[in-house]
Design a protein around this ligand. Structure first.
Ligand SMILES: CN(C)C[C@H]1CC[C@H](N2C(=O)NCc3cnc4ccc(-c5cc(Cl)c(O)c(Cl)c5)cc4c32)CC1
Length: 339
């Protein structure tokens, strides 16, 4: 008797790999491709008032398709549960990586931070703000590339980014002063501040604003008082100071960030932030799916492009993943016997 009957024959569940608040995350294999996925399982009864966060996360992730954002492949909703089938990130949290190395050298921090800026630039371009940027929400794939997760607090305010969002959310140590003060704020500016905290954490191995007393912590954030260790270069100190501006209007904007000299140092090109996912369907994947389903190609293309985030959407994206990794673009004729 399977605990998760809705996944039977589609995904072969393995061990629990982590938990995120109201969710359990398990490793699983997608039956038709044999590719690993992460399955985020949420019990609706336990979610209670948090339920809107899940619908927010699902709606946001369906619109976000970027190589530095954890890809959503399929959504399964039952009477009592949500299952999110997600891109698997074998190297876990960036947070653990920083802790394991104490702190990162500038060159390594720059590579990660360029990827984080690309992901945030893309999210803002689509009209979202993440609002909970922190190392625990940045995972690493098998090539140590950044994958941003947890869009439960992101927002796409009506009327684009210019309108205000008056909800206090996210983790205090990364929260912008205007958010702490309960003022109206812009999601994009809040993300800019959090990126400043992130850059500091990458280069220092500890947080710029930290205090076990929450009101002391808020005071430090509201005044933007933090110390800069002597190992920080002048350019990195300047960039951190430009991100950690208490006045949101004085904070460096994404366009300026994309060509900041600390970020382009050694790369000499602005950050290419656009998504590397192609707009049109991949022929090899469409052909394999149409053969497997015994359908005409044009009908298969039409069905894929409904993007229902059902098993077909997942199978298409996972075939694309196989192709990207240089594996054969083939479906297992009969679902793998990994039971
Ligand atoms: C804030 N933290 C505590 C939350 C933890 C949750 C477990 C995570 N995790 C592992 O523990 N081991 C490996 C691992 C591998 N691939 C993953 C893929 C996706 C997600 C994922 C994606 C989204 Cl969009 C999301 O909302 C959530 Cl909660 C998780 C987690 C993965 C993962 C790490 C961060």
């Amino acid at each position: 008797m399977s605990l998760y009957p809705e996944l039977k024959g589609l995904y072969h569940l393995r061990e629990t790999i982590g938990s995120g608040g109201f969710a359990k995350v398990k490793l699983a294999y997608h039956a038709l491709t044999g590719e690993k996925v992460a399955v985020k399982i949420m019990d609706k009864r336990q979610l209670g008032p948090e339920l809107p966060r899940v619908t927010t996360e699902i709606a946001a992730m369906k619109e976000l398709c970027h190589h530095h954002i954890c890809k959503l492949f399929q959504v399964i909703e039952t009477e009592t549960r949500f299952y999110l089938i997600l891109e698997y990130c074998p190297e876990g949290e960036l947070f653990d990586y920083i802790v394991s190395k104490d702190r990162l050298e500038e060159d390594e921090a720059r590579i990660f931070f360029r990827q984080i800026v690309a992901a945030v630039a893309y999210i803002h371009d689509v009209g979202f703000a993440h609002r909970d940027l922190k190392p625990e929400n940045l995972l690493l794939d098998e090539e140590q590339n950044i994958k941003l997760i947890d869009f439960g607090l992101c927002a796409k305010p009506k009327g684009g980014m210019s309108s205000y969002l008056a909800t206090l959310c996210g983790s205090p140590a990364y929260a912008a002063p205007e958010l702490i003060a309960g003022k109206q704020y812009l999601g994009s500016e809040v993300d800019q501040w959090s990126m400043g905290v992130l850059l500091y954490a990458l280069l220092c191995g500890f947080l710029p604003f930290d205090d076990e007393n929450i009101s002391q912590l808020y005071k430090k954030i509201k005044h933007g008082t933090y110390s800069s260790p002597e190992w920080l270069s002048e350019e990195s100190k300047e960039l951190i100071a430009h991100l950690l501006q208490v006045d949101p209007k004085r904070r460096i904007t994404i366009p300026d960030l994309l060509q900041h000299e600390w970020l382009t140092h050694g790369f000499n090109v602005p950050i290419e932030w656009q998504s590397k996912y192609k707009k049109n369907l991949d022929d090899d994947c469409v052909i394999e799916l149409s053969v497997h389903h015994g359908k005409k190609r044009v009908d298969m293309e039409d069905e894929i492009q409904e993007w229902k985030y059902d098993y077909l959407t997942a199978t298409y994206f996972l075939l694309l993943e196989k192709k990207r990794k240089g594996k054969p673009v083939r479906l297992l004729l009969k679902p793998s016997n990994r039971e």
